[in-house]
Design a protein around this ligand. Structure first.
Ligand code: ADP
Length: 449
């Protein structure tokens, strides 16, 4: 096992990774920007190094500086968390090439293949996994897009190769919209992902977002840990995630899980990853692979009892997965609520500020992943997450019932939060029924973009 790990991240995920390191007897190294001098992850780590000013591009995204710190600190591995450099194949390759440092993640070449959505779609098709109808090559010409629109039928989606979180995705409802949509998808792709290449997919009107957690080791073992349902979305961003999905039956669950396993095997993938699907009318279609630990990995941990981050470390250290597919059992139900410093009444605008009061709930079935305390400042430099509240129950009803109390007893003053919004959802018939699709919230809030 590693002796010392550098965590190239901040906030709750940095602390989550460090906790797993601690359990395995590994020393931890934090990096921080000027804005995070007093950050929870800095306090938690055994050692901490300043890597630059507040803007992420000058600190948490400074590849050279981070590898340099790892070497100076004598760390023997780097864990990227999520966001920042986590899905940057070039960074992974750089770490792989650095003397004496292991990349805690998938091989950089698998990241590269799966990171480009058209390449990923090709690999999945080769593995016999159904994909959303669409192109496996980038498209550039409006005329070509119009032809595809005719072939698949509108609406279609023009999506950036490197896109994610709905960024760089434009929905086209008629031929007349093609030209503008193509231009803006390219522009967003270039701005956010430094890649103006785009492709075209059929746009499904009312799908469920179902994703499968996988773990693969260097010895040829690939396991899936069941699915998460992330269908409650606002403008293509996940709001509430849960496991298992209330919308899958046993047969579909098994099929999707096996498809995910085949796909990652085909890609030569190892470590933890997520295979995302859209599900509509009992059919499932591959959408993309996230080659990192995800924000919502927690709900899978709660229902399987498997510590995914710990396995990321063990697999990176060449250990073999010790459980068979049949050993993976889903028990109970878990839901994750993202507690963000945002004002739901004002279009979820971020509301940075001081946590004048911060009193999270603590009781049976309640897990809190966070890196803040009362008196801390939620800054405006990074995302607006304060904490992840994960509630587990015997079944979905029990879990939602418990959630109400947990959210009710979560007191935050000084900033607006998403807590009242989550409470509203727990009284929402459609969400409670589990029938909501990815379009539900936008329709309800009347702000489909
Ligand atoms: P990510 O899953 O990384 O956020 P995307 O930007 O590809 O990446 O997708 C975000 C969300 O947009 C999905 O969860 C889904 O709700 C929606 N979406 C993406 N592609 C399609 C599609 N072809 N049809 C319908 N909805 C889609």
């Amino acid at each position: 096992m590693f002796g010392k790990v550098l965590v190239a991240n901040r906030g709750e995920i940095a602390v989550r990774v460090m906790a797993a390191c601690e359990e395995l007897g590994i020393e931890t190294v934090a990096v921080y920007s000027d804005a995070d001098r007093n950050g929870g992850h800095v306090e938690y780590a055994d050692e901490a190094y300043n890597v630059g000013p507040a803007p992420a591009s000058e600190s948490y995204l400074d590849q050279e500086e981070i590898v340099d710190v790892a070497q100076r600190a004598d760390a023997d591995a780097i864990h990227p968390g999520y966001g920042f450099l986590a899905e940057n194949a070039a960074f992974a390759a750089r770490v792989e090439a650095a003397d004496g440092i292991t990349w805690i993640g998938p091989p950089s070449d698998a990241m590269e293949t799966l990171g480009e959505k058209t390449k990923a779609r090709t690999v999945m098709q080769e593995a016999g996994v159904p994909v959303v109808p669409g192109t496996t090559d980038p498209v550039a010409d409006p005329e070509e897009v119009r032809q595809l629109g005719e072939e698949y039928g509108y609406p279609i989606a023009i999506k950036a190769e490197g896109g994610g979180g709905g960024r760089g995705m434009k929905i086209v409802r008629s031929e007349a919209e093609v030209e503008d949509a193509l231009e803006s998808a390219k522009r967003e792709g270039e701005a956010y992902f430094d890649n103006d290449s785009v492709y075209v997919e059929k746009y499904l009107e009312a799908p469920k977002h179902i994703e499968v957690q996988v773990l693969a080791d260097e010895h040829g073992n690939v396991r899936h840990l069941g699915e998460r349902d992330c269908s409650l979305q606002r403008r293509h961003q996940k709001v509430i995630e849960e496991a298992p999905s209330p919308a899958l039956d046993g047969e579909l669950r098994e099929e999707i899980g096996e498809a995910a396993r085949r796909g990652v095997r085909e890609a030569g993938y190892t470590n933890a990853g997520t295979v995302e699907f859209l599900v509509e009318d009992g059919e499932f279609y591959f959408m993309e692979v996230n080659t990192r630990i995800q924000v919502e990995h927690t709900v899978t941990e709660e229902v399987t009892g498997i510590d995914i981050v710990r396995w990321q470390l063990r697999v990176a250290a060449d250990e073999e997965l010790t459980f068979a597919q049949d050993d993976v059992e889903i028990e109970g139900h878990a839901v994750e609520y993202r507690i963000n410093a945002e004002n739901p009444a004002e279009d979820f605008a971020p509301t940075p500020g001081p946590l004048e009061t911060y009193e999270p709930p603590s009781s049976i079935g309640v897990r809190l992943d966070h890196a803040v305390a009362q008196g801390d400042e939620i800054g405006g430099d990074y995302d607006s997450m304060i904490a992840k509240l994960i509630v587990t129950g015997e079944d979905r009803d029990h879990c939602l019932d418990r959630s109400k109390r947990a959210l009710y007893h979560f007191t935050v003053e000084g900033v607006h939060t998403t807590i009242p919004f989550h409470l509203l959802m727990l009284d929402d018939e459609t969400f409670v029924s589990g029938d909501h699709t990815t379009k539900y919230l936008d329709q309800e809030l009347d702000d489909e973009t």
